[in-house]
Design a protein. Structure first.
Lengths: 183, 183
DNA sequence: CCCAGGTGAGACGCTAATGTCTCACAGCGG
DNA sequence: CCGCTGTGAGACATTAGCGTCTCACCTGGG
């Protein structure tokens, strides 16, 4: 059985998204390889987490690529983006909470790129008059992460249906809870 | 120096809200007591986390008590509630992510009470016509937790100002990002 | 002053998780 | 058939964190 790095990363992401404290032994078993092999390719748990970070960043950038958030209205861009990024909400939730631990170290530059792109989307919406300006673009970005993570966890706990996440997140983020008659 | 349970819990909450993986040694030092004493009163890290859970639940219930979410419009209730609960956003973020780990065990009954009360608030808003009904009350509750946690983390990372959290959370939750002319 | 209770400092052993190493074996190309 | 390469299984040492214990010390009440 030969080693498939991407398949291992996907299995690890699946497991760690559900149980962030899983041991490397469990990760290896979930990936169908031995602990020795896992350590050969990812020397240390940190290396695995870093690799997962790269994987998550790549997924996000693929989603950004597919969603083209700078085309059309900002609202349309955001809708496309959330729909594209929703499949990896669980992984994002894991990385989001994991990031809170890397206190001293500077975070991966990939996140900065993604942050900037998201913040840029919200800022564009503000400048075009679509989005309100009393909520900063930085906060809207942060809120998007938070809602995606909340959605991912709510799904794993069975509180909301997986298929609803995308709708729930984007509708709340855009429109809020208050009911309005006209669109 | 005599033992002050509440002061220890507050110090532990402060520290663990920032670094959820802090060792018991660090917690003891932050609380100004020795590891031995910490272990005398909280036998095991689990016991400490459980005590923090009780503490957080009590804080939430105090906030609920003070905010009286069932009085006035649902929107007013929510505004009062967020303002009252915001001071412990960091602790809530810690407990929120910690809860993801207690897979098998049933969660503390206190959370269920709080969940129900929050869900009840959102449901009341839906029934009175204030809140939209295409976002389930359960999801709105979950989103409130997620936004509070995101706000808490954003503050510890210096992305948004502490004083803005309450406004940011409640405005986004109620009104969303889309700009509207009339109130 | 003396005593009792509580606390801090530190040593000790235990456990889980990890990283490393060895060895056998299977697949594969010569 | 033979050697090479990569993998799995398991043993092993190491480490960090935890829980416990002992003992000295301090402090407050009698």
């Amino acid at each position: 059985m030969s080693f498939d790095r991407d398949q291992v990363l996907r299995a690890a992401a699946d497991l760690l998204a559900r149980r962030s404290t899983a041991t490397t032994e469990e990760v290896a078993r979930a990936a169908g390889i031995s602990r020795a092999t896992l350590n050969r390719y990812f020397p240390g748990r940190d290396a695995l987490v870093r690799a997962l970070e790269e994987y998550g960043i790549a997924e996000c950038e693929r989603a950004l690529e597919a969603a083209r958030p700078e085309e059309g209205t900002a609202e349309e861009g955001l809708r496309r983006l959330v729909r594209a990024v929703e499949p990896c909400a669980g992984l994002l939730a894991f990385l989001y909470s994991e990031n809170q631990l890397f206190e001293g170290e500077e975070q991966n530059a990939g996140w900065s790129r993604i942050d900037e792109r998201l913040t840029g989307l919200f800022r564009r919406g503000q400048e075009s008059g679509e989005f309100r300006i009393d909520l900063s673009a930085v906060w809207l970005t942060e809120a998007l992460y938070g809602l995606l993570a909340a959605g991912g966890w709510a799904v794993t706990e069975g509180r909301v249906a997986r298929n609803d996440i995308s709708h729930m997140v984007v509708e709340l983020l855009l429109g809020g809870a208050v009911r309005r008659d006209a669109s």
